[in-house]
Ligand binder design. Structure first.
Ligand code: NI
Length: 391
């Protein structure tokens, strides 16, 4: 089976490059993946794969039945959306949608899943069960992607027992794969703090409630949420990336806004951390004679890679590429809405190496200069197909 999958992946290699380049050229932002959805649907239909559309707006779900289709069901998921970034790669197939770019590799994820679909369809008399292909929009949007599709029943009829997805890793050499069992990617919440005081002349602080100083104290004190309140054995990050106090050298503004992100790996502590942040910020604002509003936008839970699912990724990738090509990864504080699936059913997100050999300083995800080694397309497709075909 493994040999057949490899051979079919090789045969599909140039198609996959074309597919990926088409998707790369025509990126669409979260919730707007209309043409992307149509393209996927067209490809699946061309290969005779039944699919339904309209999932969370633009999502597409394909179903391939092997032998004894009701014996088991495995889901494979790819995300579809691009980012609001102006591409600067200079590639011949660079984005034609101004200000929009597939800078997180979702074009690669879709091409790999389409490749796997094609392979599994050609071999459908040779593997057991059903494979569900989930093309999911809006991964970068807190509400519109995975949670929406789950709400619409993507994990039912048929109900997958397991789910897998890959994500490109620009710093990992093409030909390698990375896996981590257990807690892999962090939960994420956006924190918005508005400190209110009394505006006035900088020369007359006694008549003001100084919101700039208040914000300085708030940001400094919030550091203790991680250093003093977080259980030391649960990785936690609290970072602020935006602070806006629109006064002048001699004008104290009426309000200062701060924006940050909280990431961690435990739901109980996550809820507690929200309380700590609110209490700390409000306490300081009040002690200085002001007030403070805290708004927390709840994002994804953490990605939990099931031990058996992760072991199967190691096995399939090891068989395809050689055991020495499979790396054990540390956890990451970045987030993924694939987390929602792994909170419902066992699953595993693994990493696909896409770094061209010899490239010293690969560009990061979410940058305008991200490029990938297209040889990874074939590899991603064969591992996904292998996972779909493994009983
Ligand atoms: Ni991504």
């Amino acid at each position: 089976m493994q040999e057949k999958i490899k051979r079919l992946a090789q045969e599909a290699a140039s198609d996959l490059v074309q597919i990926r380049r088409h998707l790369h050229r025509h990126p669409e932002l979260s919730t707007q993946e209309v043409e992307t959805g149509r393209y996927i649907q067209k490809k699946l239909s061309e290969w005779g794969i039944a699919c339904t559309t309209g999932w969370s707006g633009t999502g597409v779900v394909g179903v391939i039945e092997g032998k004894n289709p009701s014996s088991r069901c495995v889901a494979l998921r790819a995300d579809m959306d691009a980012l609001p970034i102006e591409e600067q790669t200079g590639l011949e197939f660079a984005s034609q949608n101004k200000g929009v770019m597939h800078a997180c590799g979702h074009d690669v994820h879709m091409a790999c899943l389409l490749g796997a679909a094609k392979i599994l369809q050609s071999l459908k008399d040779e593997w057991q069960g059903t494979v569900k292909l989930i093309f999911q929009p809006s991964e970068e949007d807190f509400r519109a992607g995975a949670p929406k599709m789950i709400e619409q029943g993507v994990l039912e009829n048929p109900a997958p027992e397991r789910i897998y997805a890959l994500h490109v890793m620009p710093e990992l050499e093409c030909g390698r794969v990375g896996v981590k069992t257990g807690q892999y990617m962090a939960s994420t919440d956006e924190i918005y703090i508005k400190a209110r005081g009394k505006a006035g002349h900088g020369a007359m602080p006694e008549q003001c409630v100084d919101t700039v100083l208040m914000s300085a104290y708030i940001l400094t004190s919030l550091q203790q949420v991680v250093s003093r309140n977080a259980p030391p054995y649960i990785p936690t990050v609290l970072s602020f990336g935006r602070i806006v106090g629109d006064g002048r050298t001699n004008i104290i503004p009426a309000e200062v806004n701060m924006e940050g992100t909280l990431r961690t790996f435990n739901e109980e502590w996550r809820a507690k951390a929200h309380d700590c942040i609110v209490r700390c910020a409000q306490g300081i604002a009040q002690s200085m004679g002001g007030s403070c509003e805290v708004y927390i936008d709840h994002g994804y839970p953490f990605v939990n890679n099931d031990a058996e699912a992760a072991d199967l990724v190691r096995k399939v990738a090891g068989d395809m590429l050689g055991k020495e090509q499979v790396d054990e990864l540390p956890p990451r504080m970045t987030a993924e809405d694939f987390a929602y699936y792994t909170q419902r059913i066992p699953g595993c997100m693994f990493r696909l190496g896409v770094k061209p050999p010899g490239l010293k300083e690969p560009s990061n995800l979410h940058t305008a200069t991200l490029t990938i080694d297209e040889n990874a397309l074939c590899i991603g497709a064969e591992i996904l197909a292998g996972l779909g075909a493994s009983a």
